[in-house]
Design a protein around this ligand. Structure first.
Ligand SMILES: [Fe+2]
Length: 378
């Protein structure tokens, strides 16, 4: 059977933020991204400024509106800085959109063709959880830096022309982030299966794994999670919902502050997590901490003959390790990257394992709850 919804990967992730210039500087200095394209007043766009930041195959578009009536500004006011669009690269955006609608998706934007001297791009978009959307992007006939309407940063007019894009004086220093490994959604209590069905019915994804609230619970709070994937590993989308616990779960805290379902965290893959995390720390980024007892437990618990890692180096960077039948993975989680306790990042290095660190959930959630208690939200 031919796949009517072939997804080639993530085209980009678009964040709606309060101040795109400062967000871009943050992703440059803290995460090592470099600006590759820009659209804004200097390039003839009147209602927004968008900075496109890249590292490896990862592309973040950071967009801010320029007036109080802007839906982008209203999105940022309601949700805080957050992920607006998880955009998929597809070979035929019109067909992907038609198939999605026919399978029950709600339209957000009808297919549109955008063209400039560097070719053409077809985009369309459907609604997902909360105010999140999925764009379908066919950029196979486009050679520009990003999308029509954006100026590639290397192609900027000379400053003397008076239309220079406001790029940074220097590119970022890459820290080894290579690609988006998975993107996690938080949805309301009781809605997880609706969204599991959405991705199964509309996108043709299948369930990779299911974690129930027994597996993911601490003394205080619990969550349930199901992971949808494209069957090939390019797209992996865990969906969390809160489960009943003694206190407010971290998922509920997210929902309270994001004011709707949305993207909770994005996992970015590296081939050398110790070096990547050391570089991120040197850039001033802060991570969730697990207690030192975690490492004593892992030394005793795991079969280290199958793990080619130096536990002391992992402990020094506070990196977590988890194993399964297929191999192991290393991971670490940043603190939230905006004032609200909402969106954060994971850095992950996989060695065979296709899991998500379920063996670490308890240690990690207890660490998260300590932070939550410090914010007065537990
Ligand atoms: Fe994750």
């Amino acid at each position: 059977m031919t796949d009517l919804m072939p997804i080639q990967g993530y085209h980009h992730l678009e964040f709606f933020v309060g101040n795109a210039k400062q967000a871009a500087q943050y992703y440059r200095t803290a995460f090592g991204f470099s600006a590759v394209a820009y659209a804004g007043p200097e390039t003839g766009v009147r209602d927004r400024a968008s900075w496109v930041m890249a590292q490896g195959d990862i592309r973040f578009t950071l967009t801010a509106g320029l007036g109080p009536e802007s839906p982008i500004v209203q999105h940022a006011a309601r949700h805080g800085d957050g992920v607006r669009d998880v955009a998929f690269a597809v070979p035929d955006a019109e067909q992907a959109f038609a198939v999605a609608i026919q399978r029950g998706a709600e339209a957000f934007a009808e297919p549109v063709v955008q063209e400039d001297e560097q070719g053409k791009v077809v985009t369309a978009a459907i609604k997902a959880y909360g105010d999140t959307i999925h764009s379908f992007v066919d950029a196979s006939n486009y050679s520009g830096a990003y999308l029509p309407g954006y100026v590639g940063v290397s192609e900027q007019p000379a400053p003397s022309a008076g239309t220079a894009t406001p790029v940074f004086a220097a590119p970022g220093q890459p820290v080894g982030l290579r690609l988006v490994d998975h993107i996690v959604a938080n949805v309301e209590l009781g809605r997880m299966d609706d969204w599991v069905n959405f991705y199964a019915d509309v996108m043709g994804f299948t369930q990779l794994v299911h974690y129930d609230d027994e597996a993911i619970s601490t003394e205080y709070s619990a969550l349930m999670s199901k992971v949808l994937w494209d069957g090939e590993g390019r797209i992996k989308l865990p969906i969390n919902e809160p489960a009943r616990g003694k206190r407010k779960s971290q998922i509920e805290e997210y929902l309270d502050f994001y004011h709707s379902p949305g993207v909770q965290h994005m996992a970015l893959a590296t081939d050398d997590i110790v070096a990547t995390v050391a570089a991120l720390r040197a850039n001033g980024l802060r991570f969730m901490r697990v207690p030192d007892t975690y490492y004593a437990e892992q030394r005793a618990k795991l079969d280290w003959s199958a793990i080619d890692e130096d536990l002391d180096a992992l402990r020094e960077q506070n990196i977590l390790i988890d194993t399964d039948d297929e191999g192991y993975l290393l991971q670490i989680f940043t603190e939230p990257v905006q004032d609200r306790p909402t969106v954060f990042f994971e850095v992950i290095e996989r060695h065979g394992s296709r899991g998500f660190g379920e063996g670490n959930f308890k240690a990690l959630f207890e660490a998260i709850e300590r932070e939550q208690a410090a914010r007065g939200n537990l």
